[in-house]
Design a protein around this ligand. Structure first.
Ligand SMILES: C[S@@+](CC[C@H](N)C(=O)[O-])C[C@H]1O[C@@H](n2cnc3c(N)ncnc32)[C@H](O)[C@@H]1O
Length: 366
């Protein structure tokens, strides 16, 4: 038969244990569990606020009451109350008395005019990745990008399928541009190309990287190696920048077509995460065969820690490559890249951690 503890000392001791466990030791883990369990709702809270441009509105007025916000957004009071509660609890807004204002974080990242805003990235997550990620468990079981079924077409990668939908393609390119512009500024600051004469940027997209590199190193010649349609865009950008005398494009498929003959450095920026380890090894061997003695291969990416316990950015990006983008990539560890370079024959391998979980690895053909 169940009995109540009637010894007062025992009752106090039980209360202290419960208090310590629930209110002190488990407080933070419980909060973290809320963030995980409610991830979809909290993301939609962020996304709704971004779509309504709430943070830009508050940046303009500095602080506003709920009634003023509801009126400006032309929404009913109760839905806005719910949205403001979510944004405030998540630390995206600050509430003093009856007034709401942006926090330092939202002012920096979620206001349309802020130079480092991530609005396009939020829109990409919402309109493209969110739907596909409901297929994550199927993707794990099938080891392929099952989430692709959410998009029209028969192509085997997201890049191919987006070509059918101008609106989604625009959202995707906007997010890629936003991620690349900020990350690639770090690449350009960290890379010393004084000893390089001709660099090829594989999967170089619209040519932003080689344009900035050519400005920094006035002797450098370089080319974007990408698909025919993307090379067209890069070529236009290069011409617009007045750099056609030193910069060029090399349309092709890097797995099938040869690299230009004079190349002495090959750059892969945000590229190896797309593909399987086996394909990446194949590419590194091809680089080794194509480069002259002293030539360099350069990898620039977000990195997974060698201990395989993070960072969060690697945990966030990897399911996307499996479930949607190609069905074969992920964010690999520093050690994997270095080992693949070594296996391909590269030596004198240097690595450099950079902000935002990025890193640079350079190997040389000796
Ligand atoms: C994630 S984007 C990276 C763009 C750029 N390197 C950056 O860091 O911002 C990948 C690029 O690789 C290109 N790409 C994909 N498969 C390719 C292939 N087999 N050969 C050459 N380029 C390819 C795509 O067209 C796209 O421009």
């Amino acid at each position: 038969m169940a009995k109540l503890a009637n010894n007062p000392a025992q009752r106090v001791w039980n209360w202290i244990q419960r208090y310590l466990l629930e209110r002190v030791l488990l407080r933070r883990p419980y909060e973290r569990m809320y963030l995980i369990l409610g991830g979809h709702i909290f993301f939609q809270t962020l996304s709704a606020a971004v779509e309504l441009d709430l943070f830009s509105l508050l940046a303009k007025h500095r602080s506003m009451t709920r009634e003023e916000i509801a009126r400006a957004l032309q929404c009913a009071d109760q839905p806005i109350r719910i949205l403001l509660l979510g944004c405030t609890a998540l630390g995206l807004l600050c509430k003093r008395g009856a007034s709401y204002s942006n926090t330092f974080l939202s002012q920096r990242l979620l206001v349309r005019d802020a130079p480092k805003n991530i609005i396009d990235v939020v829109r990409w997550q919402n309109h493209i990745n969110y739907r596909a990620m409901s297929h994550f468990v199927e993707a794990i079981r099938a080891n392929s990008n099952v989430g692709l079924q959410e998009f029209a077409g028969t192509e085997s990668t997201l890049y191919g399928r987006l070509a059918h939908d101008d609106r989604l393609e625009g959202i995707f390119q906007g997010a890629m541009e936003s991620i690349s512009v900020q990350a690639n500024a770090m690449l350009v600051r960290s890379l010393d190309l004084r000893g390089t004469s001709y660099l090829v940027d594989v999967g170089g997209g619209n040519g932003t990287n080689i344009v900035v590199l050519a400005r920094r190193f006035p002797h450098l010649r370089a080319a974007v190696f990408d698909s025919e349609s993307v090379c067209e865009i890069a070529k236009e950008n290069i011409a617009k920048e007045g750099l056609s005398d030193r910069l060029d494009v090399w349309p092709g498929d890097c797995f099938r077509d040869p690299f230009p003959k004079e190349v002495d450095a090959i750059l892969f920026a945000h590229f190896f995460t797309i593909w399987s380890g086996q394909r990446n090894r194949q590419l590194l061997s091809k680089c080794f065969d194509s480069l002259p003695k002293g030539g360099a291969v350069i990898i620039f990416n977000m990195m997974q820690r060698d201990s395989e316990n993070g960072p969060l950015g690697a945990a966030l990006g990897s399911p996307y490559f499996l479930t949607l983008a190609t069905g074969e990539g992920m964010l690999y560890t520093w050690h994997e890249y270095k080992q693949w370079m070594c296996e391909a024959g590269f030596r004198s391998i240097e690595s450099r951690p950079l902000p935002r979980d990025h890193g640079l690895i350079i190997g040389r053909k000796m």
